[in-house]
Write a new protein. Structure first.
Length: 489
C-alpha cells in the first residue's frame, strides 16, 4: 500500500471514531473534521496540496457518498459501470469498455456501498437472497450479485441514463437510423400500430422505446409498466407509471409485471407500454394488445425479429399452457411491427431490421422484412452502411383510419419495380422537429385537439416530420415506405 493510501486509511478510521452517531452530523461538519485531520497529518506524512484535496474528496465520498463509485456516477460521459469484486472496475464510454485503476479498499467496503444502494430502494440483498435489481435516485439501473453466487466477490452493474432523454432526432444524428425510417415509425405510432422492440443486451432497446414514445399524441392516457422505472416520457400529462416490487425488508408481498398489466386494464389506458417482457407476463401483454389497446409497445431480448417471435412463444408457455397454434394466433393478431436493434462490433447501436407480421401461413407466423441495415465496410474503425427497403407495408388499415395517405403518383412510383432506396447511416438533417403531426399526416394538428387545447397544452413539438421540398410535397422515400405501390409478396 502506498504512503498516500496508508495515510488516507488512517485518517478515515480516525474520523469514523470521532463522529458521534447518536446525534445528527451535517455534511459540513464532516468536511470540517476531514480538513482538520488531513491538516494535522499533512506535514508528517508529506502530503502535497493536490493530494490533500484529492484525499478530502475520497474520504468524504467514503463516509457520506458511494466511495470510488461516486466519481464515476458524477461523470455524465459514462454509460455503464461494471464492478467485478473490489479490485476490478470497468466502464463503458462512447460505446467502448475501459478498465480503470481505481478500486475499493476492501471487499467489505464494496459490500457497504452495495447495502447503501439497495437499502435506499427498500430492497435487501444477502446470502439468502443474493440477487437484486434496484435503481439509483437519478434513475440508473442497478443489478447486484453477491457471494456465494458470485465467486470472486460482489458484482455490481449500473446502467446509466442521460438526464435529458435521448430523442429520435438524437438517434438520427448518432447514425442509429435514417430520417426516413424515423418518419415512417412516427406514422406507425400515430396510427396506433402495436410495436415490439427486440435486441440483445446493451442494444439500446429502452432508449429506443423512450424515443418512439415521443411520437404518441399528448392527449392520450398512457400507462407504463416496468421492473425498474427507466422510461422518461415527459410530454404526456395523463401518464401513469407503475413499477413492479420484489419482496422487501418489511416482508411485503411482491407485485409482478403480470399483476400490473392486469390492473392497468381496469385503468382505461389508451396505450400500455411495458418496459420489457421476460416471462409469463408476455401472454398478458399480448392479450392487452388484442383487446382494444392499440398502439401498445414493449421490448424483449432476442437475436433477430424472427427469434423474438420464437422467444415470445416460450414466454407465453411460462405463464399459461396453450396449444402452439393458439399462441401463434394471439401473437399474429396482437403484434403488428417488430423493430430489431443491435450493438455492432465497433460499439455503435443501430436499427437492424423492421419486420411486419402478416398473419399465419401453414401454421407458421409470416414475417415480412420491410427494412434492413446493410454493412458497406469500415472507415476509421467505424462500421459504415445503409438501410435498404425490402418491401412496402402490407397492412395499411390503421394508417388509413388515422387519415395517413399518400398520393397515387407516389404510390405508383414506389411500386414500379425500381431498385430499393438506399439510405446512408447517419442521415442527420433529413428531419426537423416542428410543431405538427407525424409525417405524412396532413390532417389535424395535435395542438388543436380539443382535449389537449383545454388543458392549455402546446402542440407536440417532439413529433418528427421531414423537411418539405420546394413544391411543398414530402420526400418520395418517406411516402413509399408507408404505402408503396402494389403490396409486395
Amino acid at each position: 500500500m502506498s504512503g498516500y493510501e496508508s495515510s488516507k486509511d488512517k485518517i478515515y478510521n480516525e474520523i469514523l471514531g470521532s463522529i458521534d452517531y447518536s446525534e445528527y452530523t451535517s455534511d459540513a461538519a464532516v468536511l470540517d473534521l476531514i480538513d482538520e485531520k488531513i491538516t494535522a497529518r499533512a506535514k508528517e506524512a508529506g502530503i502535497s496540496l493536490h493530494e490533500m484535496e484529492h484525499m478530502r474528496q475520497d474520504i468524504y465520498h467514503s463516509i457520506r457518498k458511494l466511495d470510488v463509485l461516486q466519481d464515476l456516477l458524477d461523470d455524465p460521459g459514462i454509460t455503464e459501470i461494471m464492478i467485478n469484486g473490489s479490485s476490478d472496475i470497468f466502464i463503458e464510454r462512447g460505446g467502448h469498455t475501459i478498465p480503470l485503476t481505481q478500486h475499493f479498499s476492501s471487499k467489505e467496503k464494496l459490500e457497504d456501498v452495495i447495502q447503501q444502494i439497495v437499502s435506499g430502494c427498500n430492497r435487501v440483498v444477502n446470502e439468502a437472497s443474493p440477487i437484486v435489481d434496484a435503481r439509483l435516485q437519478d434513475g440508473s439501473r442497478v443489478n447486484v450479485v453477491m457471494p456465494p453466487i458470485a465467486l470472486n466477490g460482489p458484482i455490481l452493474t449500473i446502467r446509466r441514463f442521460p438526464e435529458k432523454p435521448i430523442t429520435m432526432e438524437d438517434l438520427i444524428s448518432f447514425g442509429s437510423l435514417s430520417g426516413e425510417i424515423a418518419a415512417f415509425l412516427s406514422a406507425l405510432v400515430h396510427a396506433r400500430y402495436n410495436i415490439f422492440i427486440s435486441g440483445g443486451t446493451g442494444s439500446g432497446k429502452t432508449t429506443f422505446l423512450n424515443a418512439l414514445a415521443d411520437f404518441i399524441p399528448p392527449w392520450e392516457r398512457i400507462i407504463t409498466i416496468e421492473d425498474n422505472a427507466e422510461l422518461q416520457i415527459r410530454h404526456i400529462p395523463n401518464l401513469v407509471r407503475l413499477e413492479a416490487r420484489n419482496q422487501n425488508v418489511e416482508g411485503c408481498l411482491p407485485v409482478t409485471i403480470r399483476d400490473l398489466i392486469r390492473t392497468s386494464l381496469r385503468m382505461r389506458p389508451d396505450r400500455i407500454i411495458v418496459g420489457e417482457v421476460r416471462g409469463g407476463e408476455a401472454i398478458d401483454m399480448i392479450q392487452a394488445m388484442n383487446t382494444g389497446h392499440d398502439g401498445s409497445m414493449s421490448t424483449g431480448h432476442a437475436n433477430s425479429a424472427k427469434d423474438m417471435l420464437a422467444r415470445l412463444e416460450t414466454m407465453v408457455l411460462m405463464g399459461i399452457e396453450l396449444p402452439i397454434p393458439a399462441i401463434r394466433s394471439q401473437l399474429a393478431s396482437g403484434i403488428d411491427i417488430i423493430v430489431h436493434l443491435g450493438r455492432l462490433r465497433d460499439g455503435s447501436r443501430k436499427l437492424l431490421e423492421i419486420a411486419e407480421i402478416d398473419g399465419i401461413r401453414e401454421g407458421e407466423i409470416r414475417l415480412r422484412t420491410l427494412e434492413s441495415f446493410v454493412e458497406d465496410g469500415e472507415k476509421d474503425g467505424r462500421i459504415t452502411g445503409h438501410w435498404e427497403q425490402k418491401r412496402t407495408l402490407c397492412h395499411r388499415e390503421k394508417l388509413e383510419r388515422a387519415g395517413i395517405r399518400a398520393t397515387q403518383a407516389l404510390s405508383d412510383a414506389c411500386g414500379s419495380g425500381r431498385e430499393p432506396p438506399r439510405h446512408p447511416a447517419g442521415g442527420g438533417g433529413v428531419l426537423s422537429l416542428r410543431s405538427g403531426n407525424p409525417v405524412p399526416v396532413a390532417a389535424r394538428d395535435p395542438g388543436e385537439h380539443p382535449l389537449w387545447k383545454a388543458r392549455g397544452g402546446e402542440t407536440a413539438k417532439r413529433v418528427v416530420r421531414p423537411v418539405q421540398g420546394d413544391d411543398g410535397q414530402h420526400p418520395d422515400s418517406t411516402q413509399g415506405r408507408i404505402f408503396g405501390g402494389e403490396r409486395d409478396p
